[in-house]
Design a protein around this ligand. Structure first.
Ligand code: F6R
Length: 356
């Protein structure tokens, strides 16, 4: 059943090129021609989710705002019940791989009660959420058995990009831009395969994490949530305390925690945040924190200031969360494996959380 892989999680990480392909095949044309999203009668979007799906929603916020120019808010489903009704009438998107998370279901019901238009992004056909909303987008990742979400997360990211392109099509994006980003998405199976080919190299590089008690994951802009996801994966399966941080926030407190026993994983790609990431990494390295950098192939400036580097192929900055996510999944996986943790069944966690 594990197809020769030691764990379901690793199998599912390696299934991501196919999952991405299926998610495009099953959704791209449908989304681009959908009437539901063509309507101009919502001026904002609200994404609601828990856990990993919340991190995917944060990536969605950056993508939709960047590509479509629509304001987006992201809410934790568990906090929604305390939200006040405002004059805003957003398109509400519930993101939940299982479609059964109690808090997300409650948020869907509240959105409907308030008269908002609702869309669910889920992986499970016929799940409860699909009966609570106006429209459904299936992520098409295929069944996921490992408790830590991997391929369902990456296909949620694909859903966010497809929605952003659709919303941008009638608003901000020129035809050539749509073409460029579409090409970038369609190349993702190959880009991700290239990162998967580095699994052994990543396994070797995580030596600096295996004995740590605490680690930092730093990113900026759209890769800030990517690093929140990296930290979440590491916590979940390796039981190492990890903090995902927007790199600009370091000097507002967490720098005090950095030392030679506290490694940092830093995402640094050639986008608008590049220079600032380089300088954040230099500050971290100056506090003796061992740094594992994830950057674009051939980046000598990054290589010069980190202890180890994992390279990903060059992609559009806004699409870089996909290959970067695969790298942080492998970092978490190999760290947990070296620590002898029960990767597919981490303690205290369940695949779907049906109580609130
Ligand atoms: C972490 C993980 C959880 C889920 C969360 C929400 O790897 O899987 O954080 O993301 O419990 O689950 P769904 O997406 O099913 O609503």
């Amino acid at each position: 059943q594990k197809g020769g892989f030691e764990h379901y999680m690793l199998k599912e990480i390696f299934e991501q090129p196919l999952a991405i392909h299926n998610s495009l095949l099953g959704n791209f044309d449908k989304i681009m021609s959908s009437d539901f999203l063509s309507s101009q009668d919502f001026s904002s979007v609200k994404l609601i989710a828990c856990g990993t799906s919340y991190n995917a929603s944060l990536v969605g916020k950056y993508a939709i705002e960047y590509l479509a120019g629509i304001p987006v808010t992201v809410e934790l489903a568990s906090e929604c019940r305390y939200s006040s009704e405002t004059r805003e009438d957003p398109l509400v998107i519930l993101v939940t791989q299982s479609g059964e998370t109690a808090d997300t279901l409650a948020a869907a019901r509240l959105a409907k009660k308030r008269g908002h238009r609702t869309l669910a992004v889920t992986n499970v056909v016929g799940s409860t959420i699909t009966r609570e909303v106006d429209n459904v987008l299936y992520t098409q990742a295929g069944p996921e058995i490992g408790v830590a979400a991997t391929k369902t997360y990456v296909t949620q990211l694909m859903a966010m990009y497809m929605l952003a392109l659709k919303l941008g099509k009638s608003r901000t994006l020129r035809r050539d831009e749509i073409h460029r980003y579409t090409h970038g998405l369609k190349s993702m199976p190959r880009t991700v395969s290239n990162v998967l080919a580095k699994s052994d190299e990543i396994s070797e590089a995580v030596g600096m994490l295996t004995n740590a008690q605490s680690a930092f994951f730093l990113g900026r802009h759209i890769n800030y949530p990517t690093m929140l996801e990296g930290a979440l994966k590491l916590k979940e399966i390796s039981y190492i305390h990890a903090e995902g941080y927007a790199a600009g926030e370091l000097k507002h407190g967490p720098l005090a925690l950095l030392d030679s026993n506290t490694p940092t994983v830093a995402a640094c790609v050639w986008d608008m945040s590049y220079e600032k990431m380089l300088s954040a990494i230099s500050e971290v390295a100056a506090r003796d924190s061992p740094v594992l950098g994830i950057g674009i192939e051939g980046d000598r400036d990054l290589e010069a200031i980190v202890d180890r580097i994992i390279s990903i192929p060059e992609v559009e900055g806004i699409l870089s969360p996909i290959p970067l996510t695969v790298a942080v999944q492998l970092i978490a996986y190999h760290t947990a494996r070296k620590r002898g943790c029960p990767i597919d069944r981490p303690k205290n966690l369940a695949k779907s959380v049906t109580v609130d």
